[in-house]
Design a protein around this ligand. Structure first.
Ligand code: GLP
Length: 244
């Protein structure tokens, strides 16, 4: 069952998402947060930083595991997810850098890096709250539409539509990495609670398919319908194609 919170706009979505994450951190100060990148969660991270600055949130015991990372980008590349997380959250709160985890895109041996990342999540004791965005093709993390649901952290070939969607962040389309390391659908589904954020009219079609259509690996996010504790926070524009 998916609990849906409809908001007026992106800002309200971001505030409500930050409240849920804050509640998690306050109720379990040593929790494991699964974190996401993309433009959608930026407002949520901003709000979390404000809460920290106001003295209302303490990240000193929090551990994090990010969903994914481009293969081949160095950590100082401003398009790496490592850079993104530090720029948008980690550098602005009192989280211990030792407690933050992101797949290492510079590791050439994909199998080894992905297996090590999967193991690390197990060692952390699993993810308490996983934050997700939604790709236009229904991807979560970088799990692209496929014939089956990938179980564990793995290396993916990004689809043309994803490369196209992400090229806005790079100097040219040739600079967009073709591969990424991502938690699998199984890894994501193992999280205790899931919080997925969607904003904007351009996501309205995929919201209808993913949360109100059949569960299929062709729409990876549709698998969330089978999770026991999912909250979708979406603005009115993203929910405009469904009767919610
Ligand atoms: C990216 C990321 C996803 C993200 C999605 C949507 O490629 N790998 O984790 O949720 O695409 O991005 P945005 O929020 O910018 O629409």
């Amino acid at each position: 069952m998916i609990r849906i919170i409809k908001t007026e706009d992106y800002n309200e979505m971001s505030r409500k998402a930050a409240n849920i994450i804050a509640a998690q951190v306050i109720s379990k100060p040593n929790c494991v947060l699964g974190l996401a990148t993309g433009s959608t969660p930026i407002g949520t991270y901003k709000r979390l930083v404000e809460m920290y600055e106001a003295g209302d949130l303490d990240f000193s015991g929090v551990k994090t595991a990010n969903l994914d990372e481009y293969k081949g980008l160095t950590r100082d590349n401003d398009q790496s997810y490592y850079f993104f997380m530090h720029d948008n959250l980690f550098n602005h709160v009192n989280i211990d850098p030792e407690n933050t985890n992101i797949p290492d895109g510079t590791k050439e041996d994909a199998e080894k890096e992905c297996a090590a990342y999967e193991e690390l999540i197990k060692e952390l004791g699993g993810v308490d709250l996983q934050l997700l965005g939604l790709g236009h093709n229904g991807h979560i993390g970088f799990n692209e539409p496929a014939d089956d649901f990938p179980v564990a952290t793995h290396c993916v070939d990004l689809q043309e539509s994803t490369i196209e969607a992400n090229k806005r962040f790079f100097a040219s389309i040739d600079d967009v990495p073709r591969k990424a390391y991502t938690m699998g659908i199984g890894t994501i589904m193992n999280a205790d609670k899931i919080l997925i954020l969607v904003s904007g009219e351009d996501k309205a079609d995929i919201v209808a398919k993913a949360f109100f259509g059949p569960v299929t690996p062709q729409v990876p996010a549709s698998v969330l319908q089978l999770h026991k504790n999912v909250t979708l926070i979406a603005d009115a524009a993203a929910l405009s194609k469904v009767n919610k």
